[in-house]
Structures are given as structure tokens and as C-alpha cells.
Design a protein around this ligand. Structure first.
Ligand code: HEM
Length: 378
């Protein structure tokens, strides 16, 4: 299979000429860091109401509705709750590391990144093991549909996910709540203002949490494993000093973005980066470009966690900044800790990266060799 071009390099080239570019079907593409922050911080001009028919909860809303949803939903995603989930997440990571065959070529996207994301997510939500296959299938359908840009296929993928969630919610409603002491049950019983969430809201919330987790976490794992496999010296440093892993993770994912972009729509005419944007125009913030802007980070490929942490837009900025950041950081830290503790060396077994096709981030496939430390190390 032919390796795809790296979309991130294409954005680098465009950004050098143009901080805000126009592309016929997509609309405005915001490539520079300064202009991206301006869009993210000015939510009055750059609205998140990109889909009037099916607004996603909470991302498709502007204030004040957005804030009302976030006030309730952020409680599920605190650092304390992420810490409480850590032992279970570590078990998922450790089991996967232990079952990686040693000394042979392993395709790590299918074998490691996707299973980690799916297992961690369904356990976090308290869903049955049987759901893992549906989630894997949905990810495939969703990737293919998003890549094709075919509206019907995208809707069909959304419906297929909705069917999985609805079946879980139906089962919950038929059985006593006391049997399910988990996040899904808590959400079913929760209130926004003086009412319960509607079925449509529940599905949308769970779709966003799941899409957030599966797409970005699996892409992040592929990127992190490749970066570490390509840099044995960094692997050894992090094995010796695991306390440096969290900053390293954020910096690697600044250089190689797991999430390429998010959308806005102009609520009124505006000037941005010397361009005139008209009310109603589509605006895409390209994390994959803004996070590599030379005017903020210097050489975008230079690994410098301390210098670059402040400008890093990995989890966004402003009122829509990722509520799942604590959970995501915990999961990725634990995954890297377990991978490094459970191996002597991870090596690349391929030359060029096989990039996923834009708008997906991360890698389509990744071949590595894992050496050392048998499962009985524990
Ligand atoms: C490495 C993993 C992740 C990355 C890089 C990431 C990145 C982002 C970014 C950049 C945004 C801002 C989008 C915007 O401004 O339009 C965002 C929003 C969001 N993320 Fe994450 N995310 C990750 C993991 C997660 C996880 C694990 C969850 C939940 C379980 C999650 C749930 C959400 C939700 C619900 C929003 C929308 C927030 C709002 O509109 O107020 N994300 N994420």
C-alpha cells in the first residue's frame, strides 16, 4: 500500500505564506497560532453552532447554553475522577504490553493503540465487554465516512453508533440502577437544571466522549509509540526518569497532532489575519498547523517540552477547551509508563510513517519490534 503524504508538512508550507487561507469546500482555514487563539477566545464572533439540525452536546453550543451543559458534564471529567480510574486503566495498559510478542514485527495500531483506546473507554463508561467489537467496527465506518466526505455515509456511521448506545441505555432502563454503579448510570440519573437529560442529549454526550476518546487516544498512542521507537535515547531517559513522561507526551503530540482541526462559523463579519470573513462563513482551526507555528515554537520539530508547554494548544483554548484533558493525560501517561517499564527497547520496523488520511490524525499503520522483559516481570 502506498504511504500517504504527510498533511502536517503541507500545512507547514501553506502557513509560511498565509496565516489564514481559503479553500473552496472547506472555507477559511486558520493556520497560524495567533489567529487560532483569537478565534478560540472570541466565541461571540466565531460561533460553535456549526450544525443547526444536530448540535453536539456540549461542543455545538455557544453561551449561555454551552456553559450550562459544561457545568454538569465537567464533573465527570475532573482530575480526581481520572485518578480514581488510573488503576483500572493501568491494568488495561499492562495486559496489552505483556501480550505484545517479543522480537518480531508487530503492527501496533491494530494490536496496541486501538485496543487500548476501546478497552479503556468502555471500562471508564462501565459498558459490557461485548461492546468492544461494535466500537471497533464503528471507528472503521466513521473513519471511512469522514474521509469520503459523503454526508449519507457520515450519517449512517452516526446512526450505527447511536444504535449501540441506545441498546446500552435501554438495557439500563430495564434493570435496577443499583446494579450499575458507573458513569453511564450517573449520567442517566443526572439533571440539567430541573430536568433529566433527553435521550438525544444522552446519545450526543456519550458520542462525544467516545469519539473524543477513541479517535484521539488511539491516534495519540500510535504517534507516541512511533516517536519513542524512533528515539532510543529518549526512551532510555524516560525509563530512568518517568516523572518526565507527562511533559514529553504533551510535546510529542504538539509536534505530531492526534487531532487535526475543529470547526466554527462566523456569526458576523470579521477581519482575521488580514482576510475579511463574512457572517456565515465556515472557519476551521487547524491544531495541526497552529501547534507548529515557528513564530511561537521556533523549529516546530524540536522536542523542547519546557519551552513549548505554554503555547501548546493540544487540548484547545477558551470555553471549549477539552474537558477530557485530565483523563486523556492520565491514560497516555499510564500507557507510556507501562510500555517503557514492560520492555527493554521498542524499535521501528519500518522506514517511513504511514500517515492517516486527513481529516483523521495519527497513523494508519505502524510496524515496531518490542524487545525484552517477559510478562512474568510483574
Ligand atoms: C489526546 C486526547 C485528546 C485531545 C488531543 C483532545 C483535544 C480536544 C480539543 C483541542 C478540544 C477543543 C475543540 C474546540 O475548541 O472546538 C476538545 C474538546 C472536547 N473534548 Fe477532547 N481531546 C482529547 C481527549 C478527550 C477525551 C478523553 C474526552 C472525553 C472522554 C474528550 C472530550 C471532549 C469534549 C466533550 C469536547 C468539547 C468541549 C466543548 O465544546 O466545550 N476529549 N478536545
Amino acid at each position: 500500500m502506498r504511504a500517504l503524504e504527510d498533511p502536517v508538512r503541507d500545512f507547514d508550507a501553506v502557513r509560511a505564506r498565509c496565516p489564514v487561507a481559503h479553500d473552496a469546500p472547506t472555507g477559511w482555514m486558520v493556520l497560524a497560532h495567533r489567529e487560532s487563539v483569537r478565534v478560540l477566545e472570541d466565541h461571540t464572533t466565531f460561533s460553535s453552532a456549526v450544525s443547526a439540525l444536530h448540535p453536539a452536546v456540549p461542543n455545538g453550543f455557544d453561551p449561555p447554553v454551552h456553559g450550562a451543559y459544561r457545568a454538569v458534564l465537567d464533573r465527570y471529567l475532573t482530575a480526581e475522577r481520572a485518578a480514581a480510574f488510573e488503576p483500572e486503566c493501568r491494568q488495561v495498559a499492562a495486559e496489552l504490553v505483556d501480550t505484545l510478542p517479543r522480537g518480531v514485527d508487530v503492527e501496533a495500531v491494530e494490536r496496541f493503540a486501538l485496543p487500548f483506546a476501546v478497552r479503556a473507554q468502555r471500562r471508564w463508561l462501565g459498558w459490557p465487554r461485548t461492546v468492544e467489537d461494535s466500537l471497533r467496527r464503528w471507528m472503521g465506518e466513521n473513519h471511512r465516512a469522514t474521509r469520503s466526505g459523503d454526508r449519507l455515509a457520515i450519517d449512517a456511521a452516526a446512526r450505527s453508533f447511536d444504535a449501540t448506545v441506545l441498546a446500552i441505555l435501554d438495557e439500563r432502563r430495564r434493570t435496577p440502577a443499583a446494579l450499575h454503579a458507573d458513569i453511564t448510570q450517573e449520567l442517566l440519573d443526572d439533571r440539567i437544571g430541573d430536568r433529566r437529560f433527553t435521550g438525544t442529549e444522552l446519545v450526543s454526550i456519550l458520542r462525544n466522549w467516545t469519539a473524543g476518546e477513541l479517535g484521539t487516544i488511539s491516534a495519540s498512542v500510535g504517534i507516541l509509540v512511533r516517536y519513542l521507537a524512533a528515539d532510543p535515547a529518549l526512551q532510555d531517559e524516560l525509563r530512568r526518569e518517568p516523572a518526565r513522561i507527562p511533559h514529553a507526551v504533551d510535546e510529542i503530540l504538539r509536534i505530531h497532532p492526534p487531532l487535526m482541526s475543529n470547526r466554527r462559523v462566523a456569526a458576523c463579519d470579521a477581519e482575521l489575519g488580514g482576510r475579511t470573513i463574512a457572517a456565515g462563513d465556515k472557519v476551521t482551526v487547524l491544531w495541526a498547523s497552529a501547534n507548529r507555528d515557528e513564530s511561537v515554537f521556533g523549529d516546530p520539530d524540536r522536542f523542547d517540552p519546557d519551552r513549548n508547554a505554554e503555547g501548546n494548544l493540544l487540548f484547545g483554548r477558551g470555553i471549549h477547551a477539552c474537558p477530557g484533558a485530565d483523563l486523556a493525560r492520565m491514560e497516555l501517561r499510564v500507557l507510556v509508563e507501562e510500555l517503557l517499564a514492560g520492555t527493554r527497547r521498542v524499535e521501528l520496523a519500518e522506514s517511513a510513517p504511514d500517515h492517516a488520511e486527513y481529516p483523521a490524525g495519527g497513523l494508519r499503520s505502524l510496524h515496531v519490534r518490542v524487545l525484552g522483559l517477559a510478562p512474568e516481570r510483574r
